[in-house]
Write a protein that binds this ligand. Structure first.
Ligand SMILES: *[C@@H]1O[C@H](CO)[C@@H](O)[C@H](O)[C@H]1NC(C)=O
Ligand SMILES: *[C@@H]1O[C@H](CO)[C@@H](O)[C@H](O)[C@H]1NC(C)=O
Ligand SMILES: *[C@@H]1O[C@H](CO)[C@@H](O)[C@H](O)[C@H]1NC(C)=O
Ligand SMILES: *[C@@H]1O[C@H](CO)[C@@H](O)[C@H](O)[C@H]1NC(C)=O
Ligand SMILES: *[C@@H]1O[C@H](CO)[C@@H](O)[C@H](O)[C@H]1NC(C)=O
Ligand SMILES: *[C@@H]1O[C@H](CO)[C@@H](O)[C@H](O)[C@H]1NC(C)=O
Length: 572
């Protein structure tokens, strides 16, 4: 009895100690007006600035609004949001709390919000350039915020007052801001990260209009500008008052909600300006899609053919893993080849060997996956294949929601894909094997098709390869009862250049979830065939009969492949 009571207490203690994690993440960055100086006044006698402590209702704490503290823990957010970040200054009210509260008021089912304060008073745009302390802190804090789940929704940016003092700085502002946004998006692996910036209400020098024009003229997709001109200022003529910050937060909310692809009805606010949202969401992708020119054959000699491997455990590889130990057996099809490389976690190319995902799917025991056998199959079908680069990105136990745009998984995939082509080479396809974790609840299984189609569309946009072939594997197993729903979703994806290889019936490890090593070898070879069939036009294949599929192989893989998958897009 006593021990039961103790157990209950222990569980409760654990629950209350466990940190709440936010679902929707927003970065706050810039200088003092983002950090917040509302209600901060100078004592005219001693010159010491202090905050009046007044928190308007719109900025009150809410259990659903968290902030990432300077020590990288999620805590309930309260004013001043930047106290432990911009710690050498006296902080007051900024736009962050008003922004977050307004979202929760307008979209009650939005989910919890995590604010990542990064602003620092008195900083010029050149201090935010890539490589500097502020930039690194911003990237580091954001990556940390994404590490345990959550989706990055936008960055709110309010800066430039310090760049109004010298003509040269004001003139250089637009180029520097452009560069900063582009670098940041690349380093966060989110090339279309929504950014909402504030056009200056004030400045420390005479060149406010030049900086404002730069801000209003930024012409990057998915960057909006909210104009703060005319908002009330503190007696210092530089900082927004508390009521002004409340108002700004609400305008930022409206801008954010309007930027969402499916518009949410919000109050009309004429102070907002959008930079070509229409172009970004509709015409841009369409143009890129139409302009894509396909013709390629596999590289004749030097250029690298790059393949991204993503998904969950069966892509990461569990072949030969039992009781948390890999048996170390590498079949001939999976042996290293000096011309088969992998992109390491440190973003360097090295000779690939099993387990391919050892430094990516850390914390799990990796074994044999389909990647090496896939490349072996390519070489068997075309002796002219040169250097092949594999980019492992799969992580065990990840539901498809963990791969949504803005998540850590998604960002890592896009960053690694970008790094893989830095020195040349071409991304040929994404090999995707995932979904076992989405078979546990009916809701997840029902949402799978939509989530997968969105993921493919977003990846093609963010990798800027509109027709990037995606070869998915229809599940052989699942962690829950809804395997058939997910399989049907996978087999029914109806996007151009998406293929599906069916893994049903392949041998499983005793855990009934993971493919055995021989199954992974067969799967790798089936992926090869799907990829080769997806190529437009005839490919010269060397006369090589060293690989043959067994009959069950035909039954389980090639048969379904032919039935479902012979979907070859008519390229021009
Ligand atoms: C705060 O002030 C200290 C002492 O001047 C300085 O070393 C430190 O870099 C400052 N920190 C920031 C973030 O400005
Ligand atoms: C307080 O005074 C200092 C020095 O005069 C000035 O830099 C700062 O902007 C003032 N702050 C406020 C809130 O008035
Ligand atoms: C929004 O406001 C602008 C100017 O205030 C006005 O011209 C426009 O018709 C309004 N739009 C809606 C949908 O109310
Ligand atoms: C690669 O092949 C092309 C055409 O087949 C040829 O022009 C080129 O010189 C070759 N490059 C090397 C490094 O062998
Ligand atoms: C390929 O090999 C088969 C038998 O090994 C042979 O009959 C055929 O003529 C060869 N084809 C070519 C194009 O060399
Ligand atoms: C690849 O080669 C194997 C045997 O060498 C053959 O069975 C298979 O059909 C080839 N795949 C394609 C797409 O030509």
């Amino acid at each position: 009895m006593l021990s039961l009571l103790f157990l209950v207490l222990l569980i409760q203690a654990n629950l209350s100690m466990s940190e709440q994690l936010p679902q929707n993440i927003f970065i706050l960055a810039g200088q003092s007006n983002m950090a917040g100086r509302g209600g901060v006044v100078n004592n005219t006698k001693n010159g010491i600035a202090s905050w009046d402590g007044i928190v308007p209702v719109q900025c009150q704490p809410n259990p659903s609004i968290l902030r990432l503290s300077a020590s990288l823990t999620w805590v309930q957010a309260h004013e001043p949001l930047h106290a432990d970040i911009d710690y050498n200054k006296t902080n007051g009210v900024g736009p962050g709390m008003s922004f977050a509260n307004a979202i929760l008021t307008k979209v009650p089912n939005f989910g919890s919000i995590g604010l990542v304060p990064c602003a620092m008073g008195g900083t010029s745009i050149s201090e935010w350039a890539k490589g500097g302390f502020l930039y690194d802190q911003l990237v580091r804090r954001t990556q940390f915020a994404l590490q345990r789940g959550g989706v990055i929704r936008a960055m709110l940016w309010y800066q430039g007052e310090s760049d109004t003092q010298i003509r040269e700085d004001a003139d250089a502002y637009k180029g520097r801001l452009d560069r900063f946004f582009i670098d940041l998006r690349a380093d966060l692996g989110y090339p279309t990260l929504p950014i909402i910036q504030v056009a200056l209400a004030s400045g420390e020098g005479p060149y406010v209009e030049i900086v404002r024009n730069a801000q209003l003229g930024i012409n990057l997709p998915n960057v909006q500008c909210v104009d703060a001109k005319g908002l009330p200022l503190e007696p210092d003529r530089v900082h927004l008052t508390t009521p002004a910050q409340v108002q700004l937060g609400q305008v930022l909310t409206d801008a954010f909600l309007q930027s969402l692809p499916s518009p949410i009805h919000i109050a009309n606010n004429s102070c907002r300006r959008f930079s070509n949202l229409m172009f970004h969401f509709l015409i841009g992708p369409l143009l890129r899609f139409v302009l894509f020119i396909v013709p390629f054959t596999l590289a004749a000699n030097v250029s690298q053919d790059i393949f991204i491997l993503a998904g969950q455990s069966n892509m990461a590889g569990r072949g030969g893993v039992e009781h948390g130990k890999w048996d170390g057996k590498v079949p001939p099809e999976c042996r290293p080849n000096p011309s088969t490389l992998r992109l390491s976690a440190k973003l360097t190319w090295e000779e690939a060997h099993e387990p391919l995902h050892a430094d990516i799917d850390v914390g799990k025991t990796c074994g044999i996956g389909p990647g090496m056998a896939f490349v072996d199959g390519l070489r068997a079908n075309d002796s002219r294949i040169g250097v092949v680069g594999l980019v492992p990105c799969a992580v065990g136990g990840t539901k498809i929601s963990k791969w949504a745009r803005g998540t850590q998984r998604y960002s890592q995939l896009v960053s690694r894909a970008g790094a893989s082509v830095k020195d040349g080479g071409t991304i040929r396809a994404i090999l995707w094997y995932q979904g076992e974790s989405d078979t546990v609840t009916k809701e997840d299984a029902d949402a799978y098709k939509g989530n997968m189609e969105t993921l493919i569309t977003n990846l093609r946009t963010d990798l800027n390869i509109p027709s990037l072939p995606v070869i998915q594997v229809a599940l052989a197993s699942g962690e829950g009862p809804y395997v058939e729903i997910v399989r049907n979703a996978q087999l029914g994806i109806n996007l151009p250049n998406v293929l599906c290889v069916d893994a049903e019936g392949l041998p499983l490890e005793p855990d009934r979830v993971h493919l055995t090593t021989p199954a992974q070898v067969q799967l790798g070879q089936a992926l090869t065939d799907a990829f080769l069939q997806s190529l437009p036009g005839p490919i010269h294949i060397a006369n090589n009969s060293c690989r043959r599929f067994s009959n069950p192989m035909f039954h389980f893989l090639i048969g379904p492949l032919l039935r479902f998958v012979l979907f070859i897009v008519p390229f021009t």
